[in-house]
Structures are given as C-alpha cells and as structure tokens.
Design a binder for this molecule. Sequence first.
Ligand SMILES: NC(=O)C1=CN([C@@H]2O[C@H](COP(=O)(O)OP(=O)(O)OC[C@H]3O[C@@H](n4cnc5c(N)ncnc54)[C@H](OP(=O)(O)O)[C@@H]3O)[C@@H](O)[C@H]2O)C=CC1
Ligand SMILES: CC(=O)[C@](C)(O)C(=O)O
Ligand SMILES: [Mg+2]
Ligand SMILES: [Mg+2]
Length: 337
Amino acid sequence: MAKMYYDADTNLNLLNGKTVAVMGFGSQGHAQAQNLKESGVKVVVGLRKPCDEFTEQEWNKVIEAGITPMTVAEAAQAGDIIHILLPDEIQARVYKEEIQPYLVKGNALGFSHGFNIHFGQIVPPDFVDVFMVAPKSPGHLVRRMYQKGAGVPGLIAVEQDYTGQAKELGLAYACGIGCTRAGVIETSFQEETETDLFGEQCVLCGGATELVKAGFETLVAAGYQPEIAYFECLHELKLIVDLMYEGGMSLMRYSISDTAEWGDYLQGPQIIGEEVRWAMQDALKDIQDGVFAKNWLLENQVGRPQFNALKRQNREHQIEKVGAELRAMMPWLKETK
Ligand SMILES: NC(=O)C1=CN([C@@H]2O[C@H](COP(=O)(O)OP(=O)(O)OC[C@H]3O[C@@H](n4cnc5c(N)ncnc54)[C@H](OP(=O)(O)O)[C@@H]3O)[C@@H](O)[C@H]2O)C=CC1
Ligand SMILES: CC(=O)[C@](C)(O)C(=O)O
Ligand SMILES: [Mg+2]
Ligand SMILES: [Mg+2]
C-alpha cells in the first residue's frame, strides 16, 4: 500500500511567517491561492503587469479575492515559497527571466506538475528546496471541493532538499490547499510527470473524449437523433462515472440493470481491445523517451499551428453544437470557466 498523508500528518504552522507566491491565477492558481488564503496562509499572486483590458481583468480578479497581485518578478522577491502555476510550456522562460534572478538561499520552489524539472527545462540552483504538490484534479474542483470542506487527492515529491524540511513544507502546502483532507501520496517528479501525461492523454481527456465521439458518431451515422446520441454517450457518462467515483465499478454495476452489466462484461473488452493497449504502450513510450515533451515544446516555439487547428476542428464538432443547445435547457449545469 502506498504511503498516504492526511491532515494529521502535516503541520500547517510551518507556513507561519512565510509568504507563498503563487505564480499564475488560472485553473490551478486561482484555486490554490484562495484555498491557502482561507487556510490562514499569507499569499501573494504573481501575474503579467496589466497592459490591456484582459490583463487588467486578471489583476482585478486577484484583488476581488482579497489577495495582493504583483508582477512575477515582484512576487518572486516577496515569496519564501514560490509555487509556479504558469502554463507548462512557458514556465522555463518566465522562470529564467523573472524568478531565478530573485531566488535567495532557503527559498522553496514549488510545482504542481513535474514537466519542467523532469525534462530539464528548469534547473534550479542548489540553495533552494524543490517540491511538488500535484492535485489529481482540475483546478476548479480543487477550489469547489475545498469550499465544501472536502478536498481532492494529491501527490507530493521532493526533488531537492536544501533546508532539510522540504517534505514537511510540501505537506504543509498540501494541507493548505486541502489535498491532505483526501489523501496525498509520496512520489517522484519522474513518476508524477509520466503518469500524469499518460492519464490525461490515454484515459481522462484523450481516451474519454475520443470514446464519446466514436459512440456519438456511430449512432448519428446509423440515423439516430443526435440529441439522443448526446444524452447517451456524453451526458450520462458523468452519471455513470459518479457512481464509479463513489463506490468503484462494483457500485456502478450494482446500480445499472443486469442487462447493462451483461453487455458491459461482454462488449467492453471488444471495444477497448488489444489494439488500444498497444496504442497506450506506444503513448507511454513517447512520454518516457521525452518525444512527447520535445514535440509539445517545439509546437509552442512555432506558434502552435497544429494545436490551434485541432482545437478549432474539435470545437466545431456536431457533438459540441448539440450539447450547447441541450445544456442551455439545464440551467443547473452552470459552466465553470
Ligand atoms: N489545469 C489543471 O487542473 C491542472 C494543472 N496542473 C499544472 O498546474 C500548472 C498550471 O496549469 P493551469 O492552471 O492549467 O494553467 P492556466 O493556463 O489555467 O493558467 C496559467 C496562469 O498563468 C498566467 N500566465 C501565463 N503566461 C504568463 C506570463 N508570461 N507571466 C505571468 N503569468 C502568466 C495566466 O495568465 P493569463 O490568463 O493572463 O494568460 C494564468 O493566470 C501546470 O504546471 C499544469 O500542468 C496540475 C494539475 C491539474
Ligand atoms: C486536471 C489534470 O490533472 C490534468 C488533466 O493532468 C491537467 O490539467 O494537466
Ligand atoms: Mg493531472
Ligand atoms: Mg496534467
């Protein structure tokens, strides 16, 4: 059994007298900064200097949350713990220009994903702690669960322990954002990076969306109504997954009909067969070999032509249009952006 850490294993007081500089106020940044603040931790947020309407709005969002916004360079100077929640693909540049020059002995650098450390894009000096607290959840749920008095699971890893307290500090951080309410597992930057990339590509995001699209397209091509195909293949997936989340596959199978359960056992392995497992192994190899990381960094260097084209194609898919119309009739499904 993996080593788990809960609230009782942490000492939030280790953050007393320290300032946490959360860099970025996006999906993870807005959640982690506000959770820390409500846990009684002194927090500042590092952002781009306001220069247009959009950046001013971001700056104001931080002020509305009762937190002081600063430029990244100012926050790097103010922070004892500098937690980098900028997009992975730009972290290295911002780090070199606006964070590294201000690091002092005994500071801690924090991450929520190991990409830049593991793939050598950020090489911190030897006089700082380097830890990771990686919530296993989208940022908006990191916030929502904390507000409910609950938390999302997370991972902790220490890459560099200058002060001798890096792990305890990381655990205090994990407590501050609510992760130790659900459980935190100790890992390495390598294990987190490779499993996180694998999970999002093959199961959680890439795998799930492609499975839904394939089901939807198969039904529509066979002449069934797109609205029925949407409810069947996308909307109801959440209801089924909620049961798996609460009680594993057994609870889900307890709730569905025996007819569904029989079809599940029989067809599941036909649909997700050997070929899918081979493709998963290929994807994992590209992640382990750094091929995926290299291609993603290069794609960014040339202005994301493929990313933008794929984003547009996927946004224009029929399932998105039908879904938008149906969701408009379900006002309780408020989109969180
Ligand atoms: N999204 C998630 O749920 C998860 C993310 N992670 C990790 O967390 C980290 C952050 O990801 P995520 O929250 O998705 O990122 P987002 O894209 O949601 O947010 C990034 C933030 O960084 C700001 N930013 C972008 N460029 C700069 C810059 N040059 N200078 C200053 N600020 C800048 C953005 O501001 P602006 O809006 O002005 O561009 C925004 O506030 C990544 O390491 C990711 O892998 C880990 C677990 C889950
Ligand atoms: C939400 C999460 O954990 C992901 C999918 O790994 C990510 O957003 O990078
Ligand atoms: Mg993840
Ligand atoms: Mg990820």
